[in-house]
Design a protein around this ligand. Structure first.
Ligand code: TNX
Length: 761
């Protein structure tokens, strides 16, 4: 009897454990059955015919098994039989599609394409225990549940771009990343090999591209946008590049995993590294250094007036084409400022000769010439969405990075598009104060997942011209592998879901739960993934009764959040069940617990003051794009975050507002605190000056003190309080007169002033 129970329990456990394996991306159709197949030392792999590429792909899988079990499993050419994993080539099918039939007896894999087999192997990896991903021998049995899967990708381009130019990442890291992409069925690795700050690929005909262009003066201790211009004679020590052999190895490694590497040959801008090596490539021809950090605007660009520029590029492209079998070549095309072209006699001659009206048409001429060259090599051109300006070459494919609107334009012109905007995983995935310094923006896991690269903003007709989606990991702020992994994971799991399942409407909660289940696997892969989804954020809301409602959230569904008011002592905390309402200044602390382990603590303070809920006048009114909560924004208690889109900020562009607060009765005031933001990368500056006036009647204002702030270059977003202390006034009206830094000092044409609250005590 006892044994019977144990037997039944085991059976039950076996059934349970074999079911509901989490798969990312979700297969089109999956049906788990009872029972399972176990890979043992005697299992064989088999193929119908002796196909070299398929066998190489299977070998990659066999190698994983060898690493965790020490077995050398064989591939035989024979029919499906017992204890085998059999790979059967189909005559036709969608590229990348596959089927798996696994039972107690054997496993049958069917696909019509190499990518299909690679995808099937990715699924087999995920069906196996996470130990399969480790590099260590394991005792865990290699059990694959009995299952029938039929799976077809929605998009043919499921991409990731790695920027290896801003920071260099060694070959080994690229190989690792390829293997990780394969697990998620991502099939395109776009390598951004060239940028101002580094040329990363050996070109035999132009050795200086890597001797000079791959190295820059090491200013890694400074913020990217605060690095000074280098002397062209100073030797660079930070950098690196891939030899042509490295590239061959990467391409072959990727191919065995169903992944195509697409090289980007940036032009005409983002190429100061090449110009540093060969100054004649620019219009002026003067020596320049490889910059160590941000350059803006980018004016040192290739000269399309000189024929030699095209000879150079064609030679470079020849060598690149010989290395990358990809049918696509990316030519960049972004962010060129054409001031040098306007001055350049060669460019002017070219414009005249080719009947080009302006430099935009000259840029288009440049791209079209490169396209014509690529066509002679049977390659298809891809570019960033700027290549739209001045006219696109025929059949060019465009990556939109400046919003969905431009994607629609591209499609209207009959071109295919790869959606990349809203896939900028160089942005923050959690609260900036808890994250490593990033370029800015905010793209947490769940937002990436729900925004779906904006595909849902396209019509059914438009979406037919979407070749796929791609996440871009720009690396200005990412100096090493661990940091790169942190930015990639777990967000790449969302990218994989979107890329595989077009227009899927599965719940984000369900997705996050799947991600949680996948984390042990990422750990086995030694990936330094971000735990940002466990961060607590608090949202504050004004209630009609004047109270503030605090709600606590995390991206993880049903999280165990506990909180405490006016104390830091989390151990005295109570479970958070519903939003908390407060009517006076209150500090709070909240913790998120997973399996009773504290993951994150979030503390903040709600500050009530004398101006809360009072009327405010603005002259001029704030900008329509940044109107926060309207007129009440600056007196609503609720503070803004470093995310300037969080609807708690009022913004003025190139204007110096006057703001008057009516306290409704004569009031004693002592202190005024003004909350402002600076994010120079987004042209937001602290005010240059704030002048305080007070009045009893709202007509006659008396000037009081003035605060001044002098502009300093700064690459990091900051929040700061500007305060008037010991004011000691009795008044009803408070007026603050601001001076916008841009107007007064910088004379740029896009500067912003951002305010979130004016506290009066
Ligand atoms: C814009 S996206 C760029 C890159 C930067 C990136 C930072 C694109 C085509 N150009 O050069 O690295 O923003 O997010």
């Amino acid at each position: 009897m006892k044994y019977k129970i144990i037997f039944l329990m085991l059976l039950f456990w076996g059934v349970l454990s074999a079911q509901n394996k989490v798969l990312i991306p979700q297969p089109t159709s999956v049906k788990f059955e009872n029972g399972s197949f176990e890979i043992t030392e005697t299992t064989t792999f088999s193929v119908e015919k002796n196909e070299a590429q398929l066998k190489e792909m299977i070998s990659v899988f066999i190698e994983k098994i060898r690493k965790v079990k020490g077995w050398n499993l064989k591939i035989k050419t024979k029919k499906l039989s017992k204890n085998t994993i059999h790979f059967q080539k189909e005559k036709s099918g969608v590229n990348g599609a596959y089927q798996i039939f696994s039972s107690k007896e054997n496993i049958l894999v069917k696909a019509a394409s190499a990518e299909g087999f690679a995808n099937a192997i990715a699924t087999l990896r995920q069906l196996l225990p996470s130990e399969i991903e480790s590099e260590k021998i394991t005792a865990a049995p290699l059990i694959i549940p009995a299952v029938t899967i039929s799976d077809t990708p929605s998009y043919q381009w499921r991409g990731l771009m790695l920027d290896v130019a801003r920071h260099f990442f060694p070959k080994e890291y690229i190989l690792k990343t390829i293997d990780r992409m394969a697990l998620l069925k991502l099939n395109v690795l776009h390598l951004h090999l060239i940028d101002n700050e580094g040329w990363r690929i050996e070109i035999k005909k132009y050795p200086k591209l890597t001797q000079v262009g791959a190295w820059r003066v090491n200013q890694e201790d400074k913020n990217w946008n605060e690095r000074k211009t280098n002397d062209p004679l100073e030797k660079g020590t930070y950098g690196g590049f891939y030899t042509q052999n490295d590239i061959k190895e990467m391409v072959a490694y990727a191919l065995k995993r169903g992944i195509t590497i697409v090289p980007e040959v940036e032009l005409p801008a983002h190429t100061m590294s090449a110009i540093a090596a060969y100054p004649e490539l620019s219009c002026h021809g003067n020596p320049i250094a490889v910059p160590s950090g941000g350059v803006w605007p980018i004016t040192d660009i290739y000269c399309p007036g000189k024929e030699t520029t095209f000879t150079f590029l064609e030679n470079v492209i020849d060598e690149i084409i010989a290395l990358f079998p990809s049918q696509y070549i990316h030519i960049g095309g972004d962010e060129a400022t054409h001031t040098e072209w306007e001055k350049c006699p060669f460019c002017n001659e070219r414009m005249q000769k080719e009947n080009l009206k302006n430099v935009h048409q000259l840029q288009s001429y440049f791209v079209k010439r490169i396209d014509a060259y690529l066509k002679t090599k049977k390659k298809k051109l891809i570019g960033w969405d700027e290549i739209l300006e001045g006219g696109l070459p025929q059949n060019a494919i465009v990556m939109n990075w400046r919003g969905v609107g431009i994607a629609q334009k591209i499609i209207e012109q009959g071109h295919q598009v790869i959606l990349t905007s809203n896939g900028y995983i160089d942005q923050y995935q959690g609260a900036p104060e808890k994250e490593p310094l990033a370029i800015g923006g905010h793209l947490p896991l769940t937002r990436l997942y729900t925004e779906r690269f904006d595909e849902q903003k396209l019509s059914a007709q438009q979406i037919k011209n979407v070749l796929g989606v791609q996440a871009n990991l720009w690396a200005e702020y990412i100096g090493d592998e661990k940091h790169s992994e942190y930015m990639l994971f777990p967000r790449l799991l969302a990218v994989a879901e979107i890329a595989w399942n077009k227009n899927e409407t599965a719940s984000v909660k369900n997705f996050v739960s799947k991600v949680q289940e996948m984390l042990p696997r990422l750990e086995k892969m030694d990936i330094n993934y971000a735990k940002s989804m466990y961060q607590i954020t608090s949202k504050m809301k004004n209630l009609p009764n004047g109270k503030i409602q605090i709600s606590l959230e995390s991206e993880v569904p049903n999280a165990d959040i506990r909180f405490v008011l006016n104390s830091q002592m989390l151990k005295n905390s109570q479970p958070y069940k519903q939003p908390i309402e407060v009517s006076e200044t209150t500090s709070f602390s909240a913790g998120i617990f997973v399996d009773d382990k504290l993951y994150d603590v979030h503390s903040d303070k709600v500050v009530f003051h004398k101006a809360v809920g009072k009327s405010v006048w603005f002259s001029p009114k704030y900008h329509e794009n940044y109107q926060g909560q309207g007129d009440a924004t600056l007196t609503n208690v609720v503070r803004g975050s470093k995310n300037f889109h969080d609807k708690q900020w009022l913004g003025w562009q190139l204007q110096s507002p006057e703001i008057v607060i009516d306290l409704q009765e004569v009031t004693d005031i002592n202190q005024i605190i003004i909350g402002a933001m600076e994010n120079q990368g987004s042209a937001i500056y602290f005010p240059a000056e704030i002048e305080l006036f007070v009045s009893l009647d709202g007509k006659n204002f008396i000037a009081k003190e003035k605060i001044t702030h002098s502009y300093q270059k700064n690459g990091v977003a900051r929040l700061q309080h500007f305060s008037f202390e010991n004011v000691n006034e009795k008044c009803r009206f408070v007026k603050l007169k601001f001076k916008n830094t841009t107007n007064e000092l910088l004379k740029t044409n896009d500067g912003w002033l951002f305010l979130d609250e004016i506290q009066i005590f």
